[in-house]
Write a protein that binds this ligand. Structure first.
Ligand SMILES: [Ca+2]
Ligand SMILES: [Ca+2]
Ligand SMILES: [Ca+2]
Ligand SMILES: [Ca+2]
Length: 373
């Protein structure tokens, strides 16, 4: 997603380069360039499978877990131009998770329906706002039982597409967003049961909050977040039941706004990652103490940082875990059958997933590389 900042220049809709990407058998030669990742169990074996967005081309790569541990050979599925963000959720209501991505170069949202065993069917593609696209988040905003998506737009907008329950979406409704908006997350900030939306952008010093009226339409407010925010996630760092919002910033800090539970937030507090250019991240309990922690990709640092939570909403200083290779973004999941939370990050000079096997105490084994091509 963050690589949209760089790659987006070449692939914005209507840009001269948008139609000049070299292609071979429909797949651009530079088609890997993995920028975003999501972990979820697509084949039902209890171990997370991995979906990677290849922003340099038109595909999503899926790595399915194997019975004996490890991953099968990567499978690539066609979506729209420049998929910049990917998530795993059930969009078709069959109880099996599917893959959704936003196609930054086509202003579309694509759903790859799970055939039931982790193989994906042909993408179902729906238009979203043409204001350029970057990231998406999924939630049931209108409470009809079908997952919907909110898409962030660098031009300063957030578009909401309501899901039809079959992998397709209705037309976008567009709301104000932060300038440069490339991060978006959902959470129920005011405790009324309806998911709300938070969006950040590096060109804005405020985070846009879209409060759900309960029917999938929204009211816009802003809260200060500090400059340079490129990605945000929701969590509950102080375990008070009120949703908090965490943002990663290009200068290498994580900004936390603790939710008060009524839709308002405490002032932002910043925590260093110990590296440069924080990008997307996972929120999970990495050391098993019951408090949520962060695992952050350091684009400029060839590393992943963990920031352990103290349980009261504050974070410890970042610990840097070298990757020995480029790291774009990171998320958390379970890449093997133990209970310890793991971290996976797309990147690499040769495109790979860099997989950190968690030991359960906040430490990690040296990272492995999972081939993507
Ligand atoms: Ca699996
Ligand atoms: Ca819905
Ligand atoms: Ca909280
Ligand atoms: Ca923890």
């Amino acid at each position: 997603m963050v690589a949209t900042l760089a790659l987006g220049l070449a692939v914005m809709p209507g840009g001269a380069d948008a139609v000049t990407l070299p292609s071979f058998l429909g797949i651009p030669l530079d088609g890997l360039a993995p920028t975003e990742i999501s972990a979820g169990d697509l084949n039902g074996d209890g171990v997370d499978d991995l979906a990677v967005a290849n922003e340099g081309g038109t595909t999503i790569t899926v790595l399915l877990s194997t019975v004996g541990g490890g991953y099968q050979a990567p499978q690539r599925y066609q979506v729209g131009l420049s998929p910049s963000n990917v998530h795993i959720h059930d969009f078709t209501g069959d109880g099996v998770d599917d893959i959704v991505d936003v196609d930054a170069g086509a202003s579309t949202v694509s759903v790859l329906p799970n055939l039931g065993d982790g193989r994906m069917g042909t993408a179902v593609t729906s238009p979203t706002s043409t204001a350029g696209t970057a990231a998406l988040t999924a939630a049931d905003f209108d409470a009809d039982g079908a997952l919907d998506v909110a898409v962030s737009h660098p031009a300063g907008a957030v578009a909401v597409n309501l899901g039809r329950g079959d992998g397709s979406f209705g037309p976008p409704a567009t709301y104000p967003g932060p300038l440069g908006g490339i991060g978006v997350s959902a959470g129920d900030f005011n405790g009324d049961g309806a998911p709300d939306i938070a969006s950040v952008g590096p060109a804005s010093t405020t985070q846009s909050i879209l409060t759900n009226k309960g029917d999938g339409t929204f009211e816009h407010t802003t809260v200060p977040v500090g400059p340079g925010a490129v990605c945000n996630r929701t969590g509950d760092l102080n375990a008070d039941g009120a949703v908090d919002v965490i943002s990663a910033s290009a200068d290498g800090h994580m900004g936390v706004i603790l939710g008060r539970g009524d839709g308002t937030f405490e002032p932002v507090k910043n925590y260093g990652t110990g590296s440069l250019y924080a990008s997307c991240f996972g929120v999970d309990d990495l050391n098993g103490d019951g408090a949520q922690d962060l695992a952050v990709g350091n684009i400029a640092g060839l590393s992943m940082s963990t920031l352990l939570g103290n349980g009261d909403g504050t974070l410890q200083a970042g610990t840097v875990h070298p990757a020995g290779d480029a790291v774009i973004t990171c998320t958390t999941g379970h890449i093997n059958a133990d209970d310890a939370v793991d971290v996976v990050c797309p990147g690499g000079a040769i495109p790979v997933v860099i997989a950190y096997d968690g030991k359960g105490d906040g430490a990690f084994a040296p990272p492995r590389r999972l081939a993507l091509g």
